[in-house]
Write a protein that binds this ligand. Structure first.
Ligand code: WTA
Length: 701
């Protein structure tokens, strides 16, 4: 085994190719030191969460919380697949993340904010201070904005402590928050405001990124215009200030609409807002994510089940104890940040670190300096960040005196070589690694090793989590056997407390997207008939470990961020010169995948750099910089089937130098050759093989 690995390394295989030519990897084992202190060391958990104890097993997670009223039904399956959890219970998420820790931990840091500029010292927010700030802001939301339980609020903010404060203030009132990733454009934010029906937008004047103070409030003005066009009027915009006494934004304030939070807050000084006991099933938040169609969908998460699930998994899989300093580098604007920066860690009274900026700013040692300075012992990030840090400073971690006991990787498949660098160099062979596979829709982890109980296997997420019965099905609805080496669709056979309730305002789409494919009987009220379809390809090894291959739908996972190809295509089609647009994923050494755009122009028009420029700009303004394509290729003709369907799979093959397969049945096979020349040059050679997700990529329309 070791020899094979040496050979792999010696042959200078790129990271992407290692993922393709993946083979069985050796196990790595947790240290005695880690096991000695771990929260979860009882192998009996597997039996306790086995199918015969389902669904009552999830009481164990719910019992980690403080309930205003205990529930009477653990799982209600009367309206499949709209499962209900801990029915009859009343609970408040803000109380569970803040108030209940005051007795024991009031002077402990709940949050440590690390500004991007190193000259600015980290700022700690104790649990007591968090309590005061959440209450004051909740009073402002209630009395100044008139918000009450069930209302929606859109939050478009960077990585600052005011973001979790805002979320927890909403949760205190039962107001449903919808946080939009700060890097999304005003347009993208506006569409989400409209869909959620928010009357209030909460934003910030600016924030630091790569050493520069970026203007952010201007996006609010754009988003309000867009929302209005969509029929949603926002009456108040609350603007947090990044620097006391300064204004990072040049955009003018609209009278009676825009307000500085720090000018209003003194009116609510010292006010205490009683946490509203919410129904277990009351929505806690919406999180928009990309799917197969152009429009992002609002994943609606419940209060009781979600909080129970993230708290249980934070305790057992993240191994969070109150004395830990925990740093998750994700953005709070994504689900990982919601579950594993804010709700999970704070429900367990941990110290959660929030870093404002870019991991490599001002140099490749920054992350490790932060870890050393704050004595972080649990670290959580994505393969893209790991690849980036490895490239920028392979040996940097050894220069700093920090010690992680636990590290997580999430968001994309991790190549075994990258995993080993994470383990050996970042973790200094001391830390266990949890490769956690899950999605925005899921609330929390679905597959991972149990850190003190299961050995780790580079590149594999591991078995289904306790109480999560995962299986792989093929296109004929047959279960794919473990060890068969065959890839298929990973599904979860049962409901769990963290699963979203529905797509906001679109029950039919919820059923169609996640349950229609493998539902055995639409009339059945038995959950066994309703497997959840995750839209990821996977293989299952004999040891029960799942290796995730990537999306099987039109989603591109760019640096761990989910982008819909259809969203990007719709943006391109708003450029008048563009007749057709096709977006495909291309393998990227650092980001995993990046989008590449093919354009066909309206008849009679000639390709020009100006058109390329327009397309680039429109993608940036309608979605955000994260969606920037690697290339935009204006081609004379798109490959199509005889019935006129656009063949994205062929374009994806061309973009990735893969074999296009049999194209003789296309309406215009010679178009492929022209496209290939444009994309690869005359001398190109197609590789026989490529990543699984690319082979099957794309719908035809
Ligand atoms: C991918 C992020 C491999 C997967 C929490 C999924 C992963 C999508 C892993 C969801 C992992 C997430 N290994 N792939 N450990 N974790 N993915 O909604 O394709 O932003 O469907 O949620 O990321 O992305 P999302």
């Amino acid at each position: 085994m070791a020899d094979i690995r040496k050979k792999q390394m010696a042959s200078e295989t790129t990271e992407a190719q290692i993922a393709v030519h993946w083979r069985e990897e050796e196990y790595y084992y947790p240290s005695a030191k880690f096991i000695g202190q771990a929260n979860l060391t009882d192998p009996g958990i597997v039996e306790r969460f086995s199918e015969k104890n389902y669904p009552e097993c999830f009481r164990e997670y719910a019992d980690l919380l403080s309930w205003d009223k205990y529930w009477d039904t653990t799982l209600d399956t009367s309206d499949p697949p709209f499962w209900k959890w801990f029915v009859g219970g009343k609970i408040n998420a803000s109380y569970n993340c803040v108030d209940r820790h005051l007795a024991k931990h009031k002077n402990k840091a709940a949050l440590i904010f690390v500004p991007e500029l190193e000259a600015e010292a980290p700022v700690s927010v104790t649990y007591r201070e968090l309590y005061v700030r959440v209450n004051e802001f909740a009073a402002l939301l209630r009395d100044f904005c008139g918000l009450k339980s069930g209302d929606r609020v859109t939050i478009h903010m960077p990585m600052v402590p005011e973001l979790p404060i805002t979320m927890l203030a909403c949760a205190r009132l039962g107001v449903i928050h919808s946080v939009v990733f700060g890097g999304f454009s005003g347009e993208a934010c506006g569409m989400r405001i409209a869909d959620s029906g928010s009357h209030v937008l909460i934003t910030m004047d600016g924030y630091y990124r790569n050493g520069k103070l970026l203007e952010h409030k201007a996006a609010a003005d754009i988003s309000l215009d867009i929302a209005k066009k969509e029929g949603q009027v926002v009456d108040k915009v609350l603007v947090w200030r990044r620097h006391a006494g300064k204004n990072a934004s040049a955009s003018p304030f609209v009278k009676a609409r825009d307000f500085w939070v720090d000018e209003l807050l003194p009116n609510y000084s010292g006010q205490i807002v009683p946490p509203v006991p919410m129904d277990s099933e009351a929505p806690l938040f919406l999180m928009y994510t990309s799917g197969s169609t152009g429009k992002p969908k609002g994943c609606q998460h419940r209060t009781g089940g979600y909080l129970a699930y993230v708290t249980g998994t934070s305790k057992y899989i993240q191994d969070i104890h109150p004395e830990d300093v925990y740093w998750c580098m994700a953005d709070i604007g994504w689900i990982t940040g919601h579950s594993y920066i804010v709700y999970g860690p704070l429900a367990l009274a941990a110290t959660s670190v929030i870093y404002e900026g870019v991991p490599t700013y001002p140099d490749a040692g920054r992350v490790w300096r932060i870890a050393e300075r704050l004595d972080v012992n649990i670290f959580h990030t994505s393969p893209t960040a790991i690849r980036m840090l490895r490239k920028a400073g392979h040996d940097e971690p050894s220069k700093y005196n920090y010690h992680f006991k636990h590290m997580t990787t999430v968001g994309e498949p991790i190549e075994p070589e990258v995993w080993r660098w994470y383990y050996e160099t970042v973790g200094k062979r001391e830390a266990v690694i949890a490769d956690t596979w899950w999605q925005t829709e899921n609330g929390g982890f679905l597959c991972s090793t149990k850190p003190a109980l299961d050995p780790m296997k580079p590149g594999s997420a591991g078995p289904g989590m306790p109480g999560i019965y995962a299986a792989i099905y093929d296109e004929n609805h047959q279960e794919v056997a473990a060890g068969s080496g065959k890839a298929g669709n990973i599904c979860i056979r049962n409901p769990w407390p963290g699963i979203m309730q529905t797509i906001w305002g679109d029950r039919d789409r919820f059923v169609a997207q996640y349950y229609a494919k493998y539902c055995k009987n639409r009339n059945s009220k038995d959950w066994h008939d309703w497997p959840y379809f995750a839209a990821d390809g996977a293989v299952l090894a004999v040891d029960g470990y799942f290796r995730i291959l990537g999306r099987v739908d039109d989603v591109i996972n760019v640096a761990g961020h989910r982008l819909g190809t259809k969203e990007i295509e719709s943006a391109c089609l708003t450029v008048p010169e563009v007749a057709e647009a096709a977006v495909v994923p291309v393998v990227d050494e650092i980001k995993g995948r990046v989008p590449e755009v093919y354009i066909a122009l309206q008849p009679g028009l000639v390709a020009s750099p100006e058109i390329v420029d327009k397309v680039n700009k429109v993608i940036e303004t309608m979605i955000g910089k994260i969606a920037r394509p690697r290339r935009i290729l204006i081609v004379p003709d798109m490959p199509k089937t005889r019935s006129g369907k656009l063949m994205r799979r062929v374009l994806a093959a061309v973009s990735n130098n893969m074999s296009t397969g049999d194209i003789s049945t296309l309406a215009n096979p010679d178009a492929v050759e022209k496209v290939r020349e444009m994309a690869q040059g005359k001398e190109s050679v197609a590789l026989a093989d490529g990543p699984e997700d690319l082979k099957k990529f794309g719908t035809e329309d």
